[in-house]
Design a protein around this ligand. Structure first.
Ligand code: COA
Ligand code: AMP
Length: 646
């Protein structure tokens, strides 16, 4: 469907050209809306860092721009954060002035615990406002936070502790899932025990839903410590940092079990995020913006914590699920109750709602007149979901494409510049700042409509990662070396003759499960660690709700006499224990052999096509074609994937 409303009225092309003509002038103008303690020497220093650095020489503080600036401007009484938790039945609101008090007191506690500029602080918290306070307090001190998603297991937490070496961990006593509580202490204790680097302190918020036994000498009680500084009215000034200093490290799946520490700087990040709030999301200060994600993911960092606050809007910290807390009308209730202007979530959340309430019968129960737009990202937005949302919500439904690495959209439909015609299946066009191109494996541009590697011409715009934490070489190898002069997105797709992008698949082993980015390579490493497994392959198979689900195929060591089902159950548990429940790894299938090329490469792509019931061609280099039939037979027998439905 092409929606031609507003076609021709959009300022997008003019703004994109303005950026292209003079990128530095463009970003300098965007930066003027923010407070800087010291202006930049160069808007972009091409000689600095791996591929150049934004706002070199400038000094600033992100917390100042997200909180203090609005209080100083007389907007202290405006709501900054709304906490809405259908899972606990709690709601709280914090104005900008109250947020400042919370953040300052917490910063004072962290300072007491020895946190200084440049130190790392790991945050392991569920969707509670204290998670946002913690991010802001760390930023206030000029320190660097690393938030770890609650659905990861202790081992993943330990890997991150070792990589970023935090001085302090800020945690809560538990997360709450609809079916169970998730106590964090056993996870934290196990992670610290496994980690080679031991954090000096843990600051722990005891939630009334779950007690926490403080570890003497290691743990400090969050509530008591923060309260003491609130009472005392302790002031903690914002520490000036270089615009190029790191604000946070966010780990994301790479092609191995070792996650990549994406670094975000202070200056470029706030400039790009502020620009995106206006140009892409069309939000103004004082409006209510709701990103229904989790602070553990990049969407949560950018659009729950930082961007709405940097703009001076109100953000919602929602602790619940799209369905089951208590029903498929929760999203509509939140929109009505808080007057949400724009909702941002993953398509899978809408698929979950649609599955529960296919006709949208709960929608008319709520007044959703405040809602102007729905933004979807994190995975491909399938046409059925987009159409359903368009029809039921009667607002623009905007698919936009981005990555943890970029921190904001690479492509989108910039509502703030005037909506462009929608092409369903496309996240629309490159945002100003990104010169997106599609090239073949040899690095040559491909014609419009032809599938290829999607790359971004360097330099990347502000907010995109300048490097990986302590790993410049890995950064070059993973993103820059293959196509010199370009950033490799590892997404494949095409661009049509109007510049609309279509994102079709990953070119690496990353899969997308319920909007969560997971590495099949990391799962294979865990499965291969089982003593009875000789070799294995994990692929992502299509799933109507979650987009993709991981499925593991394993060949057992010869001589294993135990029932295969027993080993399959152990392998499922192993992945859950090592990576975490968020991996949603529940399908383990024992096979006699894995299909391979003559050079020994496992034919994962062909296996995936068979599982998804797609057309596939016999690879010319296959070693033994009969093995593919065996894989199809196992899938059918076990009722897995489309092969089973055929
Ligand atoms: N802490 C601990 N465990 C968690 C968790 C957390 N923060 N988040 C998820 N899990 C667990 C779940 O309890 C579940 O465990 P189970 O195997 O025991 O049931 C498992 O991880 C998978 O979780 P999830 O992917 O959330 O599946 P679900 O079946 O519970 O819910 C959806 C399905 C579609 C409702 C849910 O995935 C959803 O809301 N997705 C939106 C995704 C999103 O916001 N992505 C961010 C990018 S925008
Ligand atoms: P993450 O880093 O977790 O945000 O995941 C980024 C990856 O998710 C991208 O590289 C894409 O593969 C996928 N992705 C995110 N948004 C979209 C989208 N709108 N359309 C298609 N794929 C997307």
């Amino acid at each position: 469907m092409t929606n031609t409303a507003n076609a021709g009225a959009s300022r997008y092309h003019a703004v994109y050209d303005e950026w292209k003509q003079d990128p530095e002038g463009f970003w300098a103008r965007q930066a003027e809306a923010l407070d800087w303690f010291k202006p930049w020497d160069k808007v972009f220093d091409a000689e600095a860092g791996v591929y150049g650095r934004w706002f070199a020489g400038a000094e600033c503080n992100t917390c100042h721009n997200a909180v203090d600036r609005h209080v100083e401007a007389g907007r202290g009484d405006q709501k900054a954060i709304i906490y809405d938790s259908p899972i606990t039945g709690k709601k709280r609101e914090f104005t900008y002035a109250e947020t400042l008090r919370e953040v300052e007191a917490l910063a004072a506690v962290l300072r007491d615990l020895g946190v200084e500029k440049g130190d790392r602080v790991l945050i392991y918290m569920p969707m509670i406002p204290e998670a946002v306070f913690a991010m802001l307090a760390v930023a206030r001190l000029g320190a660097v936070h690393s938030v770890v998603f609650g659905g990861f297991a202790a081992h993943e937490l330990a890997t991150r502790i070792d990589d970023c070496q935090p001085k302090v961990v800020v945690a809560a006593s538990c997360g709450i899932e609809p079916s169970r509580q998730v106590p964090y202490k056993p996870l934290l204790d196990a992670a610290i025990a496994q980690a080679k680097i031991k954090p000096e302190h843990c600051l722990v918020l005891e939630r009334e839903e779950h007690p926490y036994d403080l570890e003497p000498g290691r743990d400090t009680d969050y509530a008591a410590a923060v309260w003491a500084h609130m009472e005392a009215g302790t002031k903690v000034p914002c520490v000036a940092v270089a615009a190029t200093d790191p604000l946070y490290i966010l780990y994301t799946s790479g092609t191995t079990g070792q996650p990549k520490g994406v670094v975000r700087d202070n200056g470029g990040h706030m400039v790009a995020l502020r620009f995106s709030m206006e140009a892409l999301y069309d939000i103004r200060p004082g409006e209510i913006f709701w990103a229904a994600s989790d602070v553990g993911w990049v969407v949560g960092h950018s659009y729950i914590a930082y961007a709405p606050l940097i703009l001076g809007a109100t953000t919602i910290v929602f602790e619940g699920k799209p369905v089951g807390t208590p029903d498929a009308g929760t999203f509509w209730r939140v929109i009505q109750e808080h007057g949400v202007s724009s909702l941002f979530t993953a398509p899978t959340a809408f698929r979950a709602i649609k599955k529960e309430d296919p006709t949208g019968s709960l929608i008319p129960d709520y007044d959703m007149s405040s809602l102007r737009s729905l933004f979807l990202a994190g995975e491909r937005a399938d046409p059925d979901t987009i159409r359903w949302a368009q029809e039921k919500l009667k607002v623009p439904v905007i698919d936009h494409w981005w990555q943890t690495e970029t921190g904001w959209a690479i492509a989108g439909n910039p509502l703030g510049l005037g909506e462009l015609p929608v092409k369903i299946g496309s996240p629309t066009v490159a945002m100003p700042g990104y010169d997106v191109q599609v090239i073949d494996d040899a690095g040559h541009p491909v014609p419009a409509g032809t599938l290829g590697n999607i790359v971004v011409k360097l330099p990347l715009p502000p907010s995109c990662l300048p490097t990986l934490w302590n790993a410049d070489e890995r950064f070059r190898a993973a993103y820059l070396d293959e196509f010199p002069g370009y950033y490799k997105t590892s997404d494949a797709g095409y661009m049509d003759d109007e510049g609309y992008l279509f994102i079709m698949a990953r070119t690496d082993d990353i899969i997308n499960v319920a909007g969560h980015r997971l590495s099949t390579g990391a799962m294979e490493e865990v499965i291969a660690g089982h003593p009875d497994v000789a070799e294995c392959a994990v692929i992502g198979i299509a799933d109507q709700l979650k987009g993709q689900l991981p499925a593991g195929f394993m060949v057992l060591n010869s001589g294993v006499s135990r029932p295969a089902e027993e080993i399959e159950r152990e392998v499922v548990k192993l992945v859950r224990d090592e990576i975490g429940p968020v991996a949603a790894f529940k399908i383990a299938l024992t096979v006699a052999r894995l299909p391979k090329t003559r050079s020994g490469k496992i034919l994962r792509g062909t296996m995936q096509k068979i599982a998804d019931g797609e057309d596939w061609k016999m690879p010319a280099t296959i070693d033994d074609p009969a093995i593919l039939d065996e894989i199809g037979a196992v899938l059918k027998e076990r009722g897995v994937g489309q092969a089973a439905a055929a």
